[in-house]
Design a protein around this ligand. Structure first.
Ligand code: TPP
Ligand code: MG
Length: 1031
């Protein structure tokens, strides 16, 4: 899509000024003649008819021709074409066809041409002026007065220049030096009062098409070099560039009515006085105040107002610590007493879990937008300390809300992301998130990014924190316009925010507002900034607060008077005081009040599950057969699939006839059946459509028609829920965060993220550690996301073997030493865990665990270690019988062979999980030890099936208990399982280990070593004397 757009932009015919632009970029500095226009070869002056003087006429012809070659006489058309193609002097001109009527016109033209001798200079000057205009458009932001402190965050070697309406030569020269990198384009002071035609690529003229150079410069200065720096000329879409130029160049476009100014002042009062109130009441509490960027509140409100006016009714926001309480209070309108009571250290927590600090909590609020009088829902997503980690989560949630409300173009639901300058430049997740912005299955149709650019990150200066001039340069990769603005000019800020919101609603693309501000205090209120930024902070101490500055301005303009201003302040202070008094009545702290994504109807009014049971996850035979048939067919006409795929589908069809499923078919059955029940399914990750291991094939590709695809899963039932399967960008952090956010929006969807290989999940570790594992404990927010992590030791080397089960298991919240006192392990234990970790050994169990995820009356993240070699293992098949009504997920699969029939005789029980089971059964058979050794599969690792494993252990009274795994001893499941298994037997017996030695790497890269290691662990598992000496 992007390519198409870029290509279209490139192919669009150039306008006159663009052509001139292109030409001027290539021209040598001097001497400058008309020659350059002719592709730098022959001097046009050498044309016989140009020896005259009517340069104006020629020039007009030339511009008209550039705009539209047909608009000029054929003879001019031929001349300019030849000249541009580099024809030698005297050869570009060709006589027009002899037309008797045109004779007089021609002689008139020749007269005019001869009327002015100065054609070279005039054309050159016009080109120079156009280059100058372009230079302002491209580089004007370098010299805009963006920094309220005047210490300039961008070192462009620029001397600040003040511009009066009468541009003087010094200013002019200085500008030219900076803007044109030394070249003056040949213009000098004598040109300042000359009138120049304006190209179509500027709007500074308003209704005028020509202006004196002095006025051109003044207007460009006003547009590009005041308190707004517009960075946009890298955008390769001409319409978008024109749109931005029009927004900033049109004379008088930044006017504000008195009413608007008063609203802005009132918003600044709230923002400023909120921080002052907190400071007065809790001077020693960390709150990461907004002082120095109070304008953030009117900025956000402007974006929301404008977006609401354009039809948006749901805004999802993500933001870091700085100013978060202020945003909650004054943008989202969280009740002030709820905020204030968070400062009371004596309040008891009402909810289970850890809770979180006040400046991380989320919020959801529906209200009327007072400016537009329309309903608006605002949600601020809870986030961890990890800066920028919430970005993809916000995007995923936004996408989901758009999806569920049928908002396919992002006209109703949008996201706003706030950033700190240091984090925006430094965190790679920002880049990953930007790269989702235009992908069909991930776009949220434009995000407004707002950077609180206080020119510092904790104690680090920008020059030590980034290699780019601006903190926002990362946005250039997606062609997002960047509006830098001096945060001490509230009107400039509000103007820019209006434009940003309009941009988003017009082009549905990302846009960045860079609020160049300062941080009045230390990083937090307890921090001393003078240790590290002494000069900066001396300057900050002298800085008048923006509210005071703006109030003085409006008072001087007569927009408000002093008493009115004071009254506004008193009014808000009173609101704060009253809320503070009320907050003292709060006895209990409810994190529930800070939920960012409520699921109405899913829970009872108290927020409890509607039941504590889970129905059978089995499915009737008819549905199994139907899904199987669709999975093995091409449900559209005239669609040619690849021959190899035909064979795969045929095999599937045969399996269905035989009432069996393999892994891929089991997944199909689970998805297909849930779709029938109205559950939306979204499977996302790298190459998931086909499947990394070429087993899935959920998207069929017509072999004869480019990009024609078919998703049979969407052809299952008449009124089924939609199935989304999407290959993602090559990102884990960004995409997993996105899917987590998607899963937040609704409990009635199965959202799955698949890693290409399980070990790649660690580049998304922050999403796992900060959101998935503790999300409910911190934010009372449930999430049913499923992680599919291909895992298994198959000799593929250190990097494609382990999904690191040990890491997930180490973060489970079940107590290894306590046998849970529960009546019902099946559901209750799941309710109390922080996440579910499984490693299924049969397709049927995989089918059940996916269905259980939705049929449970609550949501928990589900981590599944999925197989690779088992995908095609002839024994890794399940019968329909194991999936019929009444069947369910098996947390443990006990041995059902000779050992189980004579348990008293069994000498050893091997407990294992996942694919090693198949190695063990093969080996046991080979050694004819089926009566001696029982093999018990632990399918659900966490929460640990204490009840079932206790039963298993007790069933074999004379047996040794051995945990067998193919992973190295310090990895896999051993450390997690051993203490829990011992708890089931009251620590009456040891639990031995059969498996690989401890190691640093997850697996060997040498195939032979791999096989030797495997054989060794099987030897240990079946050597009944292996642990004799250790006992
Ligand atoms: C991923 C991550 N790394 C480090 C930190 C520690 N940290 C907290 S605030 C901060 C500085 C942030 O600077 P900036 O993004 O400019 O925001 P500001 O505080 O200036 O508003 C740092 C390094 C963090 N919170 N998250
Ligand atoms: Mg900062």
């Amino acid at each position: 899509m992007l390519n198409l757009r870029t290509c279209a932009a490139k192919l669009r015919p150039l306008t006159a000024s663009q052509t001139v632009k292109t030409i001027s970029q290539h021209r040598p500095a001097a001497p400058r003649t008309f020659q350059q226009i002719r592709c730098y070869s022959a001097p046009v002056a050498a044309e016989p008819f140009l020896s005259g003087t009517s340069s104006n006429y020629v020039e007009e012809m030339y511009y008209a021709w550039l705009e539209n070659p047909k608009s000029v006489h054929k003879s001019w058309d031929i001349f300019f074409r030849n000249a541009n193609a580099g024809a030698a002097p005297g050869t570009a001109y060709q006589s027009p066809p002899p037309l008797s009527t045109s004779l007089s016109t021609l002689s008139q033209a020749q007269f005019l041409v001869q009327a002015q001798p100065n054609v070279d200079k005039l054309v050159e000057d016009h080109l120079a002026v156009q280059s100058l205009i372009r230079a302002y458009q491209v580089r004007g932001h370098h010299i805009a007065k963006l920094d309220p402190l005047g210490i300039s965050c961008v070192n462009f070697d620029d001397a600040p220049v003040t511009v009066s309406p009468n541009v003087d030569l010094a200013v002019f020269k200085e500008r030219l030096r900076v803007l044109t990198v030394g070249g003056f384009y040949g213009l000098d002071e004598s040109d300042l009062d000359k009138v120049f035609h304006l190209p179509t690529t500027t709007f500074i003229g308003g209704n005028e098409s020509a202006l004196p150079l002095r006025e051109i410069i003044r207007r460009l200065e006003m547009a590009y070099c005041q308190h707004i720096g517009v960075e946009f000329m890298f955008i390769n879409d001409l319409e978008q560039c024109q749109w931005i130029r029009q927004k900033f160049e049109t004379p008088g476009i930044m006017q504000f009515t008195n009413e608007e100014k008063r609203t802005l002042l009132a918003r600044l009062v709230r923002s400023t006085r909120f921080e002052e109130f907190l400071h007065r009441k809790w001077s020693s509490e960390k709150r990461f105040g907004l002082e120095g960027c109070e304008v953030l509140i009117p900025a956000l409100k402007t974006i929301i107002d404008k977006s609401s006016e354009k039809g948006v009714d749901y805004v999802i926001m993500g933001m870091p610590h700085r100013g978060r309480l202020n945003v909650l209070a004054n943008v989202i309108r969280k009740e002030l007493e709820q905020i204030f009571c968070q400062f009371d250290s004596k309040l008891e927590a009402a909810d289970e879990g850890s809770g979180d600090v006040k400046y991380h909590l989320g919020m959801y609020h529906r209200r009327i937008n007072r400016v537009t009088d329309r309903n608006i829902t605002l949600s601020l997503v809870a986030n961890p300390s990890h800066l920028e980690a919430a970005d993809p989560v916000v995007q995923g949630k936004t996408k989901a809300e758009q999806f569920y409300s049928g908002d396919t173009e992002g006209k109703k639901v949008m996201s706003i992301l706030l950033h700190g300058d240091a984090a925006f430049a430094g965190q790679g997740i920002v880049y990953e998130t930007f790269h989702l912005s235009d992908l069909p299955s991930y776009t949220t149709h434009g995000t407004v990014h707002v950077v609180v650019n206080n020119q510092i990150g904790f104690t680090t200066d920008p020059r030590m924190a980034r290699s780019s001039p601006y903190p926002t340069d990362v946005a250039r990769v997606v062609n997002a316009p960047i509006f830098h603005v001096n945060a001490d000019d509230p009107e400039a800020v509000v103007y820019v925010c209006n434009v940003a919101a309009e941009w988003r609603s017009t082009f549905h693309k990302d846009v960045v507002v860079d609020l160049v501000c300062y941080r009045r205090n230390g990083h937090n209120e307890m921090d001393e900034p003078m240790f590290t930024q002494p000069l900066m902070y001396k300057q900050i101490r002298k800085q008048k607060p923006v509210l005071q500055k703006y109030a003085e301005l409006l008072i001087s303009q007569g927009v408000v008077n002093q008493p009115e201003y004071e009254e506004e302040i008193a009014k808000y202070d009173k609101i704060c005081e009253e809320a503070h008094a009320r907050s003292k009545d709060e006895k209990i702290l409810h994190i529930k009040h800070w939920l960012d994504s409520p699921w109405p109807g899913f829970f009872t009014l108290d927020g409890q599950p509607r039941s504590m049971t889970c129905p059978s996850t089995g499915l009737n035979e008819e549905d199994l057969t139907h899904i199987g048939q669709v999975a093995s067919s091409v449900p559209v006409e005239d669609f040619t699939i690849h021959g190899g795929l035909s064979r795969i589908l045929k095999t599937r069809g045969e399996m269905v006839k035989n009432r069996t499923v393999d892994w891929a078919l089991a997944e199909y059955m689970a998805f297909g059946s849930l779709l029938k029940e109205g559950i939306h399914i979204r499977l996302s990750g790298q190459d998931v459509e086909r499947g990394t291991f070429s087993h899935r094939h959920h998207v069929l590709h017509d072999q004869n028609v480019d990009k024609r695809t078919c998703i049979p899963m969407n052809h299952l039932w008449p009124n089924q829920a939609p199935y989304t399967v999407c290959n993602s960008s090559l990102s884990e952090y960004g995409v997993l965060g996105f899917e987590l956010g998607f899963a937040m929006a609704s409990p009635n969807a199965l959202v799955l993220w698949e890693a290409q290989f399980g070990d790649f999940h660690n580049t998304a570790q922050c999403i796992i550690d900060q959101f998935i594992c503790p999300g409910q404990a911190k934010w009372v927010r449930q999430n049913g996301i499923v992680l599919l992590l291909p895992h298994g030791m198959e000799g593929m080397g250190p990097e494609h073997s382990s999904a690191r089960p040990e890491r997930f298991l180490q973060m489970c919240n079940d107590d290894p030493d306590v046998f849970p006192k529960l009546d019902d392990f099946d559901v209750r234990q799941l309710y109390e865990c922080n996440w579910i970790v499984v490693n299924c050994s049969t397709p049927a169990n995989f089918f059940h665990v996916l269905r259980r995820q939705i049929l449970l009356p609550f949501r928990k993240p589900l981590i599944i270690f999925t197989p690779k070699s088992l995908l095609r293992h002839p024994e890794a098949r399940s019968s329909f019988d194991d999936m019929l009504p009444g069947t369910h997920f098996l947390r443990v699969i006990p041995d059902d062979g000779p050992a189980a029939q004579n348990p008293d005789r069994v000498k050893r029980v091997l407990f294992c999980t996942g694919k090693v089971y198949y190695d063990l059964t093969r080996e046991r058979k080979a050694r004819q030890m089926e009566a001696d050794v029982a093999i018990t599969r632990v399918e659900q690792l966490s929460p640990f099936p204490f009840d079932l494993l206790q039963r298993e252990a007790q069933k074999y009274p004379a047996a040794e208990l051995v945990w067998c795994q193919e992973e190295h001893k310090n990895q896999g499941y051993y450390d997690y399982v051993k203490p829990r298994l011992r708890t089931t037997i009251n620590r009456a017996k040891p639990v031995w280990y059969a498996g690989r030695e401890p190691a640093a790497a997850p697996a060997t890269g040498n195939k032979k070593t791999h096989l030797t290691e495997l054989q060794r662990l099987l030897d240990t598992a079946f050597n009944l004397d292996a642990f004799k000496d250790l006992a």
